[in-house]
Write a protein of this length. Sequence first.
Length: 291
Amino acid sequence: MTTVKLPLPAHFSASAFLHFHGRDSHAVSEQVDALTLHKAIIFNLRPCILKMDFNQVGHVITNATDTTAPALTRQASAMLGLNQPVGVFEKAIGTKPPLNTLVQRQRGLRVPQSATPFEALSWAIIGQQISVSAATAIRRRFIQLASPVRHDGLHCYPDAGTVCLLTPEALRSVGFSATKADTLLAVSRLCRDQQFLPETLHLDADAGQLERNLLEIRGLGPWSVNYTLLRGYGFLDGSLHADVAVQKALQMLLGQPERPTARVTRDWLADFTPWRALVAAHLWQSLSTQA
């Protein structure tokens, strides 16, 4: 067992991180217990349990099997968003009301990352044009289908090679539409055969080239691609204007009687380049705070 202790920056929100990874109350692949995350993943080509413990103030203690301290540090730092330049963003937004008031209230917000880019992309495919609760249920059944063997009580989130072994019919049996099943299998084969979706973590990937490559795949649109870049690579400038939650939060922020259209939301977000996705994350978080 390898263990690393990482200092957390000021205003780091452990609750936001744990909420992101604890969306499924059935906990088939990840379990949030008080201030600790247990997540089953394929790491270094082997199943393992990644544990992140936030019980010590100002630090997170992370451990996993079959890895080295540098690899574990890199993985944990990416998932926590520790390298995201939020201080630069907050300074840039400081004179732009009403967003600056929201950002100040949520100071230090980072975008929690998926364990791998493939996990981010597969979630984006599952979540297209359906509610979060419906997407969560399909994701749960998908994990159980693709990774039936439990590791320390949890199913490992499947990698691309594992998904390639599934059939369209099997995916449809757990809730995928025909189009989503075909899209996921096409992406999985590209990842397996051509290293299409590099495992490079957090800000090291060529986001522009990845966006162009992903948009060429039938069944992937701008929302799915920009969500993947945000959650899989920490790319903070994708436009999530088609996201209904972003539109709803923007309506509340601006005090408008109706939810803005995707076009209006896109134009509003454009003023905050190169931080559009991070602005969207603040809008998401504002809904959680209101709730």
